[in-house]
Design a protein around this ligand. Sequence first.
Ligand code: MRU
Length: 315
Amino acid sequence: MLIDGKEYRSVWFEDGKLHLINQQKLPFSFEIFVAKKIEDVAFAIREMIVRGAPAIGAAAAYGIVLAGEEIEEAIEKLRNTRPTGHDLFYALDYMRREMERGRDALNAADRYAEEIIKGCREIGKHGKDLIEDGTKILTHCNAGALATIDYGTALAPIRFAYAEGKNIFVYVDETRPRLQGRLTAWELEQEGIPYALIVDNAAGYFMEREEVDLVIVGADRIARNGDVANKIGTYEKAVVARENNIPFYVAAPISTFDPSTKTGRDIVIEDRDGVEVREGGRLLPEWVKVRNPAFDVTPRKYITGYITEEGLKKL
Ligand code: MRU
């Protein structure tokens, strides 16, 4: 991704350390978090310094490189950081298999990261033709390069369509409480792609006024029946899109598909600390009781199709 005109990845390994663009600090300041040991990686995932399912998976793969001999202990530590996104578990299973085959951990993690980037590039190529000249797209949360090392999932087709010279516009949901929409806005701003950030409850307004032609979101886990866990609020967008006859696409690499989970009801939805709602912009006093589910499930029936590195899929 372009940052101040320079190409960056959100996750990379250099000089024996894992480097992560610190997503807690953006969009106010651009800082790099350096993880020297497995505990630093677990901390970065838990605290959302690195976030977005594919980026978390890649960070975890590099975490195993930092684990030295204690592979099983490290896997356990990382597995317990965040429950919903499938890529974390997929990456750890991949690293365990590679270690069992006697492969070098750094080579394996590098290969894993390259596959994710390649997958996102393919998602961009397969998805770009859904976007015509003049299309207005709505997206939720951040499924951009920050969340996936490079290109993004939902943002990859948008980047490719824009690069082809199509005149497009992106509505970016703010995404309470962690405000990942501002990360999407930051990525689009860096690349000059026209957008506007909107509050979460404005999405229906723009859809009903025929100002949205297409919705593309990312995913954290896709169950065998096609139900999609993604950032809290995704389900509502899908229902309103259906009501307004707007196609609703989910862009995700194969690492996000979880054939071992039958339906969305079987997906563990992360319940995060209420402090995120109370203190997100310091809106509420401490005594306000809060529930803070971090993801929801969009039933398969609302999904027009899945944009993957293997092409468009209809489950
Ligand atoms: O809690 P986060 O910020 O890690 O969640 C990420 C998302 O839910 C994104 O919407 C994304 O689509 C999945 S990662 C490409």
